[in-house]
Ligand binder design. Sequence first.
Ligand SMILES: Cc1cc2nc3c(=O)[nH]c(=O)nc-3n(C[C@H](O)[C@H](O)[C@H](O)COP(=O)(O)OP(=O)(O)OC[C@H]3O[C@@H](n4cnc5c(N)ncnc54)[C@H](O)[C@@H]3O)c2cc1C
Length: 520
Amino acid sequence: MCNTVAVTRARWTTETTPLPPHALAWLSQRVGLGEPFSEVPVSAPPSTLSADAFTALEAVSTISADGADRLGRAGGLSYLDLLRHRGHGSLAVPDAVVLPSSPAEVLEVLQVCVEHDIAVVPFGGGTSVVGGVEALRVSKSAVVALDLAGLGSLVSIDPVSHVAVLQAGLTGPEAERLLGEHGFTLGHVPQSFERATIGGFAATRSAGQASSGYGRFEDMVESVRMATPVGEWVVGAAPASAAGPDLKQLVLGSEGLFGVITEVSVRVRPKPYGPRYEGFVVDGWEAGVDLVRTLAQDGVPADITRLSDVDETEVALELAGSKAAAVKKYLRFRGVKQPCLVILGWECRSRSATMSALSGKKVVRLGRAMGASWLHGRFNGPRQRDALLDAGVCVETLETATHWSRVSELRDAVRAALVSELGDPVVMCHISHAYETGASLYFTVLVPRDLADPVGQWQRAKTAASDVISQLGTITHHHAVGRDHQPWLENEIGSIGVGVLRAVKAQLDPTGILNPGKLL
Ligand SMILES: Cc1cc2nc3c(=O)[nH]c(=O)nc-3n(C[C@H](O)[C@H](O)[C@H](O)COP(=O)(O)OP(=O)(O)OC[C@H]3O[C@@H](n4cnc5c(N)ncnc54)[C@H](O)[C@@H]3O)c2cc1C
């Protein structure tokens, strides 16, 4: 029996966090509530793994064909995954779960899977929202989820160079706890931090909430150790190198198709002394975009640099409850007509540099209480999503990035596509990461769930939004490609790009056992 993923995959946690009454009142008035969710119990189909293959895998690793263990690794945590786990739409369940406990064991498991023609889905925290861990068998005899939870150690730390080697199965909090014992931090805090893993961050080119300061996950990676069907491959030898193309960049974002990442060597930073988070308001989206662009181009963004549009700000204030009225009154007094919330947080970068760039700009300071409130709720999204689903709401997110000159055009186009498919949804948007040349846009969509066809409702909206996104920006800034963004990949990287990735795959995984049906 396996011993991880004790929680149901139909929700983020087993604890139910109901929406507060004022939030429910606002929702029913603005969004409209659907029918409370009728959860249809799901069960795992019989495993098709042959007895021979089971015995061969059992000889080299820990394996379970138990239905609950298999359901616990069936798919990721997108809105559609949650629907499937609540009995709507068909769920792809792996035939077994394999739990190796060392990099050497991962190599042995891959050998057995090649011999028995078994598809292998590398499984970290299972937080993919793009179908990345869907257990697709494709043309293989069976499919196993290869859960990396047994690779959970800090292998080494070099306090002089600020480099740590982390095993792939460490979750965000575990990695931070182990690094914290040595006075260091990774500073990588995506909203899925609580469940996502180091291997998953590397395999998807993840971006965290403080990536404007610490960099995206790929910026932190020094080297990667990866088990492939043709042997072990270690890429990255020094902080910088001119030894041909940077092959590390081929491994990062490879989404389990080229190999199983077992260890990642990362740049770490001393734990911040006295981090500080503050809230500000600007009048109107365009003013906010200009402000964030200036900070990024002047090289003085805060580590967390986040700008909400008018709709997201309005919802944030509505849901803040009693304090919201006083904030709104103050903003009216300050002459702000279209409030857009800016959250700035400093952990490793200089606050004074950002603040001097803000001086003279039309910005209303809301102070540390607003920053503290953001910090307090930074991981609430997935819990609120559970509660919204329970209340009959379709709730999902989309993300992209583009150049500054197109940021507003892209935002408007995505909103229009969603409105044309969904009727009158609430569409909220924020800039989540600021770069010198552009920014990422993150959308949250709320609409009453279509009772007759909840899966089709979101699939149509997602397709419409992705068509628009693929014309004006990247199909994904940090959620990766998986299965869901696959139809738009060739448009972004070209047929030559697809050919290059196929050639790499053929070299590393000649029989195609690794995560079939994703990315390419
Ligand atoms: C509520 C919520 C919020 C999110 N917020 C963010 C965010 O702020 N920023 C962000 O970047 N992402 C976010 N995500 C997406 C997701 O958390 C990231 O893609 C994350 O990096 C996935 O890590 P994981 O360990 O859960 O990987 P999994 O979901 O288990 O796997 C993701 C992909 O990587 C592959 N993979 C996993 N581990 C390995 C390995 N060791 N070797 C090879 N391949 C592997 C899988 O096969 C799959 O293709 C969010 C998701 C949710 C549900």
